[in-house]
Each structure stands twice: as structure tokens, then as C-alpha cells.
Ligand binder design. Sequence first.
Ligand code: FHN
Length: 596
Amino acid sequence: MSLLKKIYLVALLVLCEYSSYAQIVERWDKSVSNQKVDEKSKWFQDAKFGLFVHWGLFAQHAGEWKEKRYYGISEWVMNRGKIPVADYRKLAQQFNPSKFNANEWVKMINDAGIKYMVITAKHHEGFAMFGSKASDYNILNTPFKRDPMKELSVACKKGNVKMGFYYSQFLDWNEPNGGGNEWDFIEKNKDYKAYYNSKSIPQIKELLSNYGPLGLIWFDMPGGLSKEETQSLIDDARKIQPNCLLSSRVGQGLGDFRDFGDGEVPSTVVKGPWEAIFTHNDSWGYSKFDQNFKTPAEIIHLLVSVVSKGGNLMLNVGPKADGTIPEASVKCLKAVGGWLKINGASIYGTTYGPIAPQPWGVTTLKPRKLFLHVNKVPSNGVLLVPGLNVNIKQVSLLSNKNKLLWKKDKNLLTITLPTKLPDDINTVIVVEYDGQITDSYLDAPVVVSPRYPECSLEVIKANPSGNTKIIPVTHSLYFGDWKHTTCATDMQSPSDGITYNVQFTEPGDYKIMLEYNCPIENSKQEGLLQVGDQKFYFETLGSGSYDTWRPLMFIKQSVAMISVSASGVKTIKVSPVNEGKAELFKLSKIIIEPVK
Ligand code: FHN
């Protein structure tokens, strides 16, 4: 692995500072007093949907330097191409985003149903996209001569959009004492404190002082500061704008809200203010050849998934060098805004869904209103909603208020769906009730029904035994284009394994498949699937080695066909048969299909 990759990965893992969800939740709960944060972060927790904007000199090369195309995140090209500072700075001499119009950007944000915007004031390239007295390497010293951050602060205020700045407080490839440039400067000679005192901290203060009330500062890639020095930076920021939230990437386990890894959604509910951040395609900065844009349906499903777990989604766009936002992003976000115009009540101001994900979808919650997000329709048109220990008053479609027929037997609500749902991406049903719904998202059994083409048993719902760990496994398609798949890992002996409680809603025949990653060299080990008292042995298949810098390839292996004689709960367990030479595999889920 190259030095660059090592640095990036270490920085990323330091940034994420965790190796398991237990550590995430445990560290977060310790580091932030939720009461103080709740008052200050209420707007953030209600907003649910933000826009990330990566804009800088990197928009000019747009991922291509001297006819070499860099796939993945385009804003890292200076580092990946080891471009000398003297050459890279020349980009500033021609930077002139003449088509930039702050009001057009804010109109796009409003049309998308987005409530806050975070824009790169200074990324790792070290160029300030705002007028700065701390460094002449800024946008006023370009043919553009204007301060787009000033224009955006005015437009955001007018458009009722909370404004935030992204600031790379440590990595600065333009500066001899900034982090990360070992091709122009010698790392061991760097004086990080000098960098913080001469540029980083003064610019953070300029942003907090000159652009009006800010919703948040989004720090990134922390380094070079002790916990005390980080706290001192936070204290200085609070003196200027006490209500401005600071992201957890300020470092040292501090901050007012938590950002997960790039492209990561936690596998279960996480309490307190947090954010999932995603690129729209595969790059944060504009890339002239990256056309892998997420569709409106993918963005809506991502937003609903994140909000159902209690978080915000901040989706990124990378404006071009001319100041316009790529048409594909504008178009997709407008379509998402159309869905939010009708269904926003089930997103904004909600909290996490109290019941576990179901074969039909997930839930979000407001007092006395449970929102069912249905993105898979049961073949018999009957929706089962378990775990409702409350008095149901009414069930209706959010979009047209049409009432739906329902009945309740103990804690199971059964809803008769209309023959055609109003929205084939994600229909929202409102269940109005009295009382308090008990959280059952963690301990309720996983539901399997023959009314859906398949039902997934995500490993986060399993109980690990022995040395088994259930953790997010980080991998990537292209450089910096991170993916995270929660897997059951380290299953190497018969005492290791995972066990699910599975609620079969109806009798029938079912096919059971395992989805996992297994390096060829570790394949052909024997595993055991147990369904109740039935045993099914299998031999693992190779799917490809695991490497953080490459796509993690999964294989779906059919290992059993079972007959379920009556509805009810069964345990399903997976474990190695023998003491293995290596882990059996990285299991991401069990898939159960009705036999047709
Ligand atoms: O290195 C940066 C990257 O360029 C981008 O800004 C992302 C956004 O979360 N943050 C860092 C990598 O995590």
C-alpha cells in the first residue's frame, strides 16, 4: 500500500476513531452532554436534509491533470498527482466562475426541500473560497474578484436556508507547515502549531465573524492538535458564535453532532444529533467524467433510511468552475424535492422509528403519529405492523389523506392497502394513535413473510457469540469513494457464530441464502446453518479478497430449503464447523425467499 493510501486511511480511521458500533455509541454518549446539545441542535435534528457543496480550484481540473484522469474523489488530484504547489497555484490565475449565481443555488436548495447548506470555505488544497486577510491565496485574488461566500450568506438568509462552512483545519497542501504535502515539503520539518496560528485559526475566526449567524462549521480530517488544544479552538469559536454547531470531525471525540464515515449509514438507530454524508456521484469535487449519479429514488430511499435511524442526510454536489451546479444534480434534487413537498411531514421534525425495519420498509415518528415508509408492496395487499402497544385512532395515506381499513390483534396492526399505492418509490402511511410506542427496533425478531420476493436478515439484528464481531467493513470502488457494509466477522471456531430470532408470518417453503465475502484462499471451509433443530452443512465459495482500497465483492450462496409448518419464531444460526485456518467469511446478511 502506497504511503498516500496509508496516510489517507490512517487519517480516515483516526477521523472515524472506531472499529465497532458499540465503540461509536459508547464514545459519543460519553463525549457530549445531550441536554445542552439538544437545545442548540434542535434546528439541526429537525432539518433532516442538508446540501454539501465541494467547490474550489479543483473544479477547474475536474479530476484531470495533464491528460491523466483520476477516478474517485477529484478534490484529491493535487495530492494524488503530487502536483507542485507552484504549478497548482496557477489555477487561481484563471479561476472565474462567471455563471455563479447565489440566488439560483438557493432556489435549487429550496426546490429540493433541503434545509441547510455546508460549503467548502477551504479544502485541503489550501485555497480560500472567501475573502481572507490571513492568506492571499483566496478568491478575491482571482479574475472573479468577488466573495461567493458573502453572496451565499445573503441568499441563504433570504431563502431561509441555514448556512454552514466546511473547513479543513489541518490538511493544507499549499502550506509548508500545513498537513499532508510531503512532495513539496519535508514532513519532519513542519510546525503544525505555526500553521494553526497563522492560517487555520485566523480563517476559522474570519468565517465565524464575517458571514452572519452560521448553523455549523464542518471540520474535516483533524490532526496536529491535542485534546486540550482542540477544546481551546472550540472555546474560541463559541466566544464568537455560541450557537454555531461544530462537527465531530473537529476531532478528539468532541463536537456537537456526529458525522459517520463518508458514504456510511449506521446499521441501527443511533441517538443524538448525527449525519450521514454522501456524494451524489462518486466524487465530492466536480469530475468531468464521473456520471454515476444516484437517482431520485435512490436518494429518497437513502434519506428515509437515515431519518428512520434518527439522523440527517447531507448529500453533496460539486459545482463546476463556471459556477453552475451539474444539471444531473439539479434535476435529481428537484425530483426529491417533489417527493418531500408531498411527504415532508414524515421526514422533517421526526425522530427514529421505534419498530425494526420490516419487509415492506421502515418507520419515522412524531408524537401520536407513526409514519410507515412503504417501498415494497406485499403480494396480498395486507401490511403487517408489529409492536404497536398503543391505541390506534386512524390509518391513512399521507399524500391524499384517504383512510385505510385496519384491524389490530394484540400488538399486531394489519392494514389493507389500496390496489395502487400513490407513490411507487416510497408511499407514506400515517398511523395516528394515543399512548407511547415502546422501542422494539433492537430486540424484536426479524420478520419473514412469503408475501415479498425476498426478506433480508441484516447481521445487525443477529446476536454474536464467541469472538464474532458485527462491525462496518470499509471498502471502496474508487480512490476515496468509501463504502461501508456491516458484516459478521472473525467467525473462526465452532464457538463463534451469529444467531437470529426470526418471526415467520405464515407457513410455507422457503429458500435460505447467505451473502458474504470470502477470499479464494480462505474458501472451501465448512459452515453450519441451523434452523431450529434442522442442520444444513455448506462449503464456502471464494468471492474475492478484502482490501480497503478495492470493492468488497459478495457472493450469494443458497444453502437450504426449509418447510415451515406454522407461523411463529424460529432461531437461525450460522457458525464454522471446525477450527478454521481463517475466518469463515464476512457475512453481510441472510436472504430468505418463498419457494414459488
Ligand atoms: O479528504 C476529504 C474529502 O476530500 C472530502 O472532503 C470528505 C467529505 O467528507 N472528507 C475527507 C475524507 O473523509
